[in-house]
Design a protein around this ligand. Structure first.
Ligand SMILES: Cc1cc2nc3c(=O)[nH]c(=O)nc-3n(C[C@H](O)[C@H](O)[C@H](O)COP(=O)(O)OP(=O)(O)OC[C@H]3O[C@@H](n4cnc5c(N)ncnc54)[C@H](O)[C@@H]3O)c2cc1C
Length: 419
């Protein structure tokens, strides 16, 4: 019986789910992570009492994999209110989810964005994504999300440009809604069937919970892998590790580098989140705020401490402003422009806001354009004993990364059971 471990490279969601599934099946695992902590893109920094997620993000409670793999009660999830506040032409317009907030049906039906027919189209879309299974939605014809919203759903330009575009630009990290309509429908279903939530102590609590079952001796942090040569893994220190199997659970571009292009490098979608500490929150509700005018750098904004007070020290509020794409300005110039836009929305109170660290995430998501899954989900086995997993293999989401990790572990176990 071989005592060589399965070496899993990368302790983000995919690597953690893969390693945990193997550990649960009594497999010797060695999880290697370049950073000094687990979590990858799902981490939270504690700065001056503020909890700063590494880029604004939420957990959709309806994600099937997350709801199976995570203990939601221990995460003490705090939900956003369904719907959004849209800042447009100097006004704030409320767009609620009338199925879950029927008392706001009237204000939503007659708000100035889109028209009554758009409300019916929204109802039809909600019905469509709710009654069809996830598998059925993925099997439907694909196009860009913009094309789908315009042509298949028939939404008015106003409804798209002032509501749907800023909302989903903030999900896909691209303004043109060129992302696959199949993925859009999957995400829309998650919004329809569940809540957008934050763990009380920050998004990093998700990956910390997944890491709990990995024995300390099976985790090596601050350990950068430089190359894989068959079943041998070379670290940046020159150390060579022999393995029974290797799992690449790194971001798509890094996977491509480590396999000399065997994994095609996905295009990266980028985002920047700027955080501010405020004496008073600019809004009092747990709602997402969307920029309905498509001018200025900010796409969306929220106050995480309204959702979970533990995100800010007592008596203060945490404000998070999201910018889509890679900014062309310097960090200082971007913050100047963001503050200028915030001042037009919330006035001179913004001058009292303290600047907290901002996060530019160059590879926030792999691009998932129309037809990206026409050939199906890639095989998890790349070569004899060499496997991969990650969001780019399934879908650019917490759900996608988690399910990909678990399935890769199951592929390894299946291959062994058949050999
Ligand atoms: C700002 C932002 C907001 C998001 N918002 C949402 C959201 O609201 N909802 C949602 O569902 N999804 C969201 N996502 C997407 C989701 O977070 C990712 O899809 C998911 O976390 C990817 O997990 P992963 O395990 O595939 O990759 P990663 O988390 O990137 O994990 C890869 C790991 O590999 C490590 N690594 C890389 N190279 C090496 C090496 N050579 N040696 C050793 N280790 C290495 C990295 O350090 C990292 O820890 C968001 C992402 C970002 C960045």
């Amino acid at each position: 019986m071989s005592r060589k471990p399965v070496v899993v490279i990368g302790a983000g969601l995919a690597g953690l789910c893969c390693a945990r599934q193997l550990v649960r099946n009594n497999v010797d695992v060695l999880l290697l992570e370049a950073e000094s902590e687990v979590g990858g893109r799902v981490r939270t920094d504690l700065v001056e009492g503020f909890r700063l997620d590494r880029g604004f993000q939420v957990l959709q409670t309806a994600y099937p994999e997350a709801s199976q793999q995570l203990d939601y009660s221990r995460l003490r999830l705090k939900n956003f209110e369904p719907g959004a506040l849209i800042l447009t032409q100097g006004k704030t317009v409320r767009m609620s989810d009338p199925w879950r907030r029927p008392q706001q049906l009237f204000s939503t039906a007659f708000n100035p964005i889109g028209n009554l027919l758009d409300r019916l189209r929204l109802a039809r879309l909600r019905w469509h994504v709710s009654v069809n299974s996830i598998e059925q939605l993925w099997a439907e014809p694909d196009s860009t999300t913009l094309e789908y919203l315009r042509t298949n759903c028939g939404f008015s330009t106003d409804m798209i440009e002032r509501f749907l575009q800023p909302w989903f630009s903030g999900v896909f990290f691209e303004r043109d809604l060129a992302t696959s309509s199949r993925f859009f429908k999957f995400i829309f279903r998650m919004f329809a069937l569940g809540d957008a939530a934050l763990p009380e102590q920050g998004m990093g609590a998700i990956t910390r919970q997944l890491a709990e079952e990995i024995p300390a001796c099976a985790l090596r942090l601050s350990t950068q892998v430089d190359a894989i040569e068959g079943l041998r893994v070379r670290l940046s220190t020159g150390e060579i590790l022999d393995s029974r199997a290797v799992v690449l659970a790194v971001e798509g571009p890094e996977g491509s580098r480590l396999t000399n292009g065997l994994i095609p490098a996905p295009e990266s979608r980028s985002t920047t989140t700027l955080y501010f500490g405020a004496p008073q929150p600019p809004i009092t509700e747990s709602l997402l705020v969307l920029n309905g005018d498509r001018t200025g750098p900010i796409n969306n904004l929220c106050v995480p401490s309204n959702v979970s007070p533990a995100y800010a020290p007592a008596g203060q509020a945490l404000v998070s402003a999201s910018v889509i794409g890679s900014p062309t300005q310097t960090e200082i110039e971007l913050e100047y422009e963001v503050r200028r836009q915030l001042r037009t929305w919330y006035g001179s109170a913004v001058d009292q806001w303290e600047s907290l660290p901002s996060y530019h995430i160059r590879h926030a998501l792999p691009a998932q354009p129309a037809h990206f899954r026409d050939a199906g989900i890639p095989q998890s086995q790349l070569a004899d004993g060499v496997y991969h997993c990650g969001d780019y293999c399934e879908s650019a989401s917490i759900h996608g990364a988690m399910i990909s990790g678990r399935r890769t572990a199951e592929s390894i176990l299946l291959a062994w059971s058949q050999s």
